[in-house]
Design a protein around this ligand. Sequence first.
Ligand code: FAD
Ligand code: UDP
Length: 787
Amino acid sequence: MTKQGRESAAGAAVHQFTEPAPATLICFSHLRWRFVFQRPQHLMSRFAATYRVIFWEEAVHPEGCATPALQIDEDEANGVTILTPALPRGLSPAEEDAALGALLDAQLASLPPVAVRWYYTPMMLPFSAHVAAECTVYDCMDELAAFKNPPAGLLDRERELLAAADVVFTGGSSLYEAKKDRHDNVHAFPSSIDVAHFGAARGAVAEPEDQARIVGPKLGFCGVVDERMDVDLLAALADAHDDWSIVVIGPVVKIDPAALPQRRNLHFLGARDYAELPAYMSGWDVALMPFALNEATRFISPTKTPEYLAAGLPVVSTAIVDVVRHYGALEAVRIAGTAEDFVTACEAAIAGRDDLTWREAADEQLARGSWSSTALSMGALIAVERATRDTVEAIVSPTRWPAAAVRHDVMVVGAGFAGAVMARQLAEAGFKVLVVDRRPHVAGNAYDRRDDAGLLIHQYGPHIFHTNSDDVFGYLSRFTQWRPYEHRVLADVRGQLVPMPINRTTLNMLYDAGLESDDDVEAFLAARAEPVEPIRTSADVVVSRVGRELYETFFRGYTRKQWGLDPSELDKAVTARVPTRTDTDDRYFTDKHQAMPADGYTRMFEAMLDHPSIELLLGVDYSQARDAYPHDHLVFTGPIDEYFGHRFGKLPYRSLQFRHETLEQEWLQPVAVVNYPDEAVPYTRITEYKHLTGDSAPATSLTYEYPSAEGDPYYPIPREENQALFKRYEALAIAERDVTFVGRLATYRYYNMDQVVGQALATARRLIPRLHAEKVEPLVGTAVAAA
Ligand code: FAD
Ligand code: UDP
């Protein structure tokens, strides 16, 4: 990149004339260009002032298509070239990717060099990952995985895209929170709108004829109609007022149009051009956001809200998080929790339609964001990446990997406890080790870092070290000093904070039971316990010890949230982790050693991996490193089913979403962790880190944990059927002569940190003599699977 070029990118259109031929920006999108005019179209048409913009769409499969070809469509008004691959039917996914890669390469050969690869969908990475670019952008506008029928492999592809991207943009703050811990350069850019375009609706515009024919107060929605729409709510609205007309403008996708409610006063007009929308809106009295609250809408940040406001319309919405967050304070936006509330809110909006005083505050908010300023800010971030390319690329980009990498004795996949201990032990035994992790940091799930407030937080939720093993504690003590810490947890029971695990104090607080001795507590519990024989499930364990009421208070809701399963569907080992005590010991753990690494886990891992025979490759997936870095033996600590291409089906792992937050107050809660067993509260617990770390500051940092089915694999799920599936994978693992599987994900065990360290030490003890023997006599040896 020339200096001139750099200035051109940073200064956007201002320096454009100095660039001889604009560099290429190629945008890979699952949304078609000529669908609805939304985020990709707004941004790409603006980037067309600086770049030669190519918009690559999903393939079509026309009848009779015998050879792959590209359909080329020039949108001259917006300066964008749209490429649509046409493929023969019946190709396998791998054949399709190969065909797409060939079409792409042929096309790029005739274009100026690619400066920017821009992705709306990770599913287009496989055939385009090899395209060299100065900056790779992931503009994440939806939580795609939460959509109905997400394509297979989407989450893996997204992980790869996050590893490959230089910068990540998100379409709203909820999405920002969901992605910000998965990449170190994430920026929230809520969708902007074209205020002038929609503002036309406030003036004297002729209402389109098909809508003008519809009578009565008009309540309108405009946008895609899919699984996010609460169609029952639309029907309820139509039923509530015969005299109202509900007008829905937009294409119906992914749901069967026949399944839409039919009412005399409910009109699905279909898709209309972007240019026509203000005219339609000009005829409405209220604008609607009738979205269902489900996984598919948890992260949306609908552009409709500001568009409606710009059109001068009051808005009634369900409680979409980002709508509440960004617009909930405006008088013009009413949030309704139930169908009845929604109807009432619409009535209020219609009754107040002549009062336009709300517009001032709404307009002020609208003025703060425009597509042009969004595009300029994004352009500046891209320019920084383009300018710093040389240094960045050397660390993370596959394009700069050495062509003939040095051979390592062992490649270790994963830099968590399992991987780091294995790497250290192998290095000390004289082997040359390469550690690869797809995350951009070491320490696996135990990773901690200083946040913007300067406080040490645990990126993947609270990690408290405890062990009864002198060996494990002694081993880790080689790499860290310790800060004594005994963990205490309170549970929020209808607003009262009581000790958890259940102990004498808990019972006295809840029942005013006046229990004074262990025997008193035993008798109290015995009167409630419902013996179960045999004890098989996580429900049995608790009910047989403390009875149904305490089970429901402390365990049922929490477990259902945490695991997405009823305790009766989980192995007894899960709730058996939490004892019930008859004394007043309110510590969560009673292990011999309880302490936190004095400078945090990450520092401890850095010390562990600091060895002349260990090299680190971060932000790179095993699938990318496997062939680029030759090695004699592999230690794999990722999910075992992933290693084997999920050939027997997916092993279930439970995931979590973390919401990190800093409050401008010294403390929030009396202990490090408060559990919320109530199923109505969406998170399971709140952690306040200063209790764990000993940091002191006027502010305090917290993490909320929201369990989820999708996302990074955190917890193997202890159930008989899952264990049976794991056993099938384990059989493959044992046959895999040159691979060792170790750790929580690779051996599918709900292990604490100390157990993983113990497992890794034992595995290394067995593996090292074998590898020494093989080095001398290369063909002798047997497979090793961790105990
Ligand atoms: P991980 O830490 O998961 O490390 C595996 C690494 O492999 C990851 O960094 C991953 O990115 C990498 N990887 C996977 N696949 C690939 C691939 N294909 N290519 C490249 N890299 C790959 N334990 C306790 O003792 N006390 C606690 O208080 C505690 N709290 C916890 C709280 C939460 C929310 C969670 C999720 C776990 C907690 N644990 C706790 C358990 C603890 O996190 C684990 O025991 C420990 O981290 C397991 O280490 P590991 O190395 O097996 O796995
Ligand atoms: N549990 C619960 N209520 C609580 C704490 C725990 O129901 O207040 C159950 C829940 O099923 C949880 C399990 O006990 O997953 C184990 O809890 P632990 O604190 O050991 O879980 P961790 O988060 O450490 O994996």
